[in-house]
Design a protein around this ligand. Sequence first.
Ligand code: ARG
Length: 397
Amino acid sequence: MSERVVLAYSGGLDTSVGIGWLKDATGKEVVAMAIDVGQGGEDMEQIRQRALDCGAVESVVIDAKDEFASDYLMPALKANALYQKRYPLVSALSRPIIAKYLAQTAKELGANSIAHGCTGKGNDQVRFEAAVAALAPDLTSIAPIRDLALTRDKAIAYAEEHNLPIAQSKKNPYSVDQNVWGRAVETGFLEDPWNAPIEDIYTYTQDPSVPREATEVTISFTEGIPTAIDGKAVTPLQAVMQLNELAGAQGVGRIDIVEDRLVGIKSREVYESPAGITLINAHEELENLTIERDLARYKRRVEAEWAELVYDGLWFSGLKRSLDVFINDTQRYVTGDIRIKLHAGQAVVTGRKSEKSLYDFDLATYDTGDTFDQSQAKGFIEIWSLPSKISARRDLA
Ligand code: ARG
């Protein structure tokens, strides 16, 4: 039997041509593997068949939407994960689950390498290969575009020459990656960071500047996970899908950012993540209600670290695993309801309640019933500012 390679297959031009290209260049048989993480578009069965028509020896499709939501998006939500404080890691979160299935499929179908359609300039090549290295250290990785000189022009010529069944759709001027957590749009006229995004590039969100009635929604969380929307029980995937609809209709979750890639390039990226931004806003506020001050402040630092690790392709690292243990432990009281108003591109919390709340009305109130003994504050400040006082006497002398 000849050697085999498992290719992360999208059904698009590059990976369809990649099947024959890989075989010609390496002599390996190509197994195609397509993962459904909610990217939408074509039917997965059609994609499976196309891989076979393009010469794959085997073709597998896997519906991983529920697993993606439960095991990848929910940890990101518990971590309020935003890279550079704004990017909810849309693409970065899908790579580890795809890599997991690449490694698993390679093992099951006897392949000794994996392949992906990334270029040599982005983060995704690093994420796929670093994740596969952590899961199956003996597998090698091949990237036809990066390693085997497969350019777009050559791909088009190859597809025509070999009569590959690839719909001659008009070329999308953007590079788009999407899943249930959101969409990433880059290239085209967006490469000039001074150019404003046009309405055309968005599909998950409506124009936030169009006047419309606000939507109010109540999200119930159990230990950091959304478990009901407006009182109706939901799975993590249902929560994400329903909020994509509700928040997307209000234009919530558009992000336009110059991003620092792992490979050193600054790139202009446009994202839309209606459910992601809504859930993170809601979840973070529930933490404000239920987590004590020092733990909450420490967690915010861990969150930034977590987002950077995941952005940098280290999902399956020891540090990430240990941070998850910490983050999970912080969620034990993050249970309660958040009312959030979706309007004009914003998701704004307007109410919060929890059985585990640390908010003590009698301590907080300025009205009668105040139980806070203000006379204690004077002594506290005296001691709190003692180091400042002592050093000031020296410094100002
Ligand atoms: N820059 C983003 C990231 O590294 C998105 C990459 C998306 N890929 C794409 N082909 N558009 O996570």
